[in-house]
Write a new protein. Structure first.
Ligand SMILES: NC(=O)c1ccc[n+]([C@@H]2O[C@H](COP(=O)([O-])OP(=O)(O)OC[C@H]3O[C@@H](n4cnc5c(N)ncnc54)[C@H](O)[C@@H]3O)[C@@H](O)[C@H]2O)c1
Ligand SMILES: [Zn+2]
Length: 395
């Protein structure tokens, strides 16, 4: 990727190109970057959880940098998946209208993936589209959701069913925000980081294996910066090549681990909803009883995809062991939780919105660092993989 700054990478999309820049320990520089790009007034969209932690400092930094924003321009909404609804988007739009924002205004999103997706979507439809800036505060948002321009909300019938492509004006990352993020979400986000290594960069994967993950979890600024920038670089290169996820395009590579992972996630979330908590009673701290399980399910999904690649003789078992070891070092699961039926997972995989006309498509590694899309896998083989990754198959 062409970029002049060491702490920056560019998403190249002609006139909609933008930078992703990491500012370790330097909120003032981050705010100055935003001030340089924002033409008119700004509104800050953040969450009830993040606002008391970081809202005041961030607003002060923006004002000190010369951004035209007042305390009244701060729109605070709920976050977490349950808040990713049209009602929350409406609340954001109400806030923009109440403050008489115009087409020259810019929305600044301070939060995790939910706030970024909500604020980005509100910006996409307010006055038929105004610019927005992403200031991600979770690992998922820093390495994944803030980049790529997918915005939107969930529908009762499925995740992310409503939305728009709307690329941000810029993405600015302050690694220190991860200091207040809980451990479960930090580790979950690293599943996506590991994914980038598997799909595109064996050297990056080796760095993660040789202490990169531990340094990241200890929030070493250099390690966080490296992981965020390399992840964004890889995502940016893929998005630049295939912005709108065309049929057969490379954006599908980002779904490595997600065909299995989404199936596992759907069944785990269904168990939670029905109150039939998967797994042994009393293990409330188990990962599968948490509100956010995406990263953990993707970790198991990546292990399943590797198993499948081994069965198809695309890769050796030694590579599976490497991935498994790295996931375990990261504190991520590699096995399907007890009580979650492989048959139910297979059903859920077949009804996922990314399954094209009922055909399951898998992104499978040919080595650490490169992948291939395969759509010719018999369901029986998929089921065998799932059973092989399940500790208990009594269901
Ligand atoms: N647009 C995309 O391309 C894309 C890609 C991946 C994921 N997503 C979306 O992102 C969402 C998941 O994002 P997420 O994992 O960031 O979830 P999230 O935004 O719900 O954040 C997770 C939790 O962490 C809290 N939090 C956030 N930052 C914090 C901080 N610095 N300190 C303390 N607490 C903090 C939030 O309040 C929330 O409770 C999903 O809705 C998913 O669909 C979108
Ligand atoms: Zn994901």
């Amino acid at each position: 990727m062409s970029n002049t700054k060491a702490n920056s990478t560019q998403v190249q999309l002609a006139e909609r190109s933008y930078d992703v820049t990491v500012y370790p320990g330097d909120l003032a520089a981050l705010a100055a970057d935003i001030a340089n790009k924002v033409a008119g007034r700004a509104a800050l969209v953040t969450s009830r959880r993040i606002h008391p932690l970081h809202g005041a400092d961030f607003l002060a930094a923006l004002k000190a940098a010369g951004v035209a924003i007042e305390a009244e321009d701060v729109i605070v909404v709920d976050d977490g998946e349950r808040a990713k609804t049209m009602a929350t988007v409406s609340a954001i739009l109400d806030g923009l209208v109440a403050r008489r924002h115009t087409r020259r205004s810019t929305v600044i999103a301070l939060g995790g993936g939910v706030i970024g997706d909500l604020a980005g979507f509100a910006a996409a439809i307010f006055l038929r589209g105004i610019p927005y800036v992403q200031v991600p505060t979770t690992v998922v948002a820093m390495v994944d959701s803030a980049v790529g321009g997918k915005t939107g909300v969930d529908h009762p019938h499925g995740k992310n069913l409503i939305g728009a492509f709307h690329q941000p004006l810029l993405v600015t990352v302050h690694p220190e925000y991860l200091g207040t993020l809980d451990d479960h979400n930090r580790r979950g986000g690293l599943a996506e980081v590991i994914k980038y290594g598997v799909i595109r960069d064996s050297e990056f994967f080796s760095w993660l294996e040789s202490g990169g993950v531990q340094a990241f979890l200890a929030l070493d600024p250099a390690a966080v910066s490296r992981a965020v920038l390399r992840s964004c670089e890889i995502k940016a290169a893929i998005v630049s090549e295939d912005e709108f996820e065309s049929e057969g395009g490379v954006r599908a590579h980002l779904n490595f681990g997600h065909t299995f992972g989404h199936g596992i996630e759907a069944v785990v979330l269904r168990h939670q909803l029905e109150g039939t908590e998967a797994g042994p009673v009393g293990r409330l701290k188990a990962w599968w009883s948490r509100e956010q399980v995406h990263g953990q399910c993707i970790a198991v999904g990546m292990a399943c995809a590797m198993d499948l690649a081994v069965r198809l003789k695309m890769i050796s078992t030694a590579e599976v062991m490497r991935l498994e070891k790295l996931l375990l070092t990261t504190g991520l699961p590699t096995r399907i939780p007890p009580g979650v039926s492989p048959h139910h997972i297979l059903d859920a995989m077949a009804t996922d919105k990314k399954a094209v006309a009922g055909t399951l498509r898998f992104v499978l590694p040919t080595a650490i660092g490169s992948v291939e899309v395969r759509g010719d896998i018999p369901k029986e083989t998929v089921l065998e993989v799932l059973i092989g990754r399940t500790d208990e198959t009594r269901n």
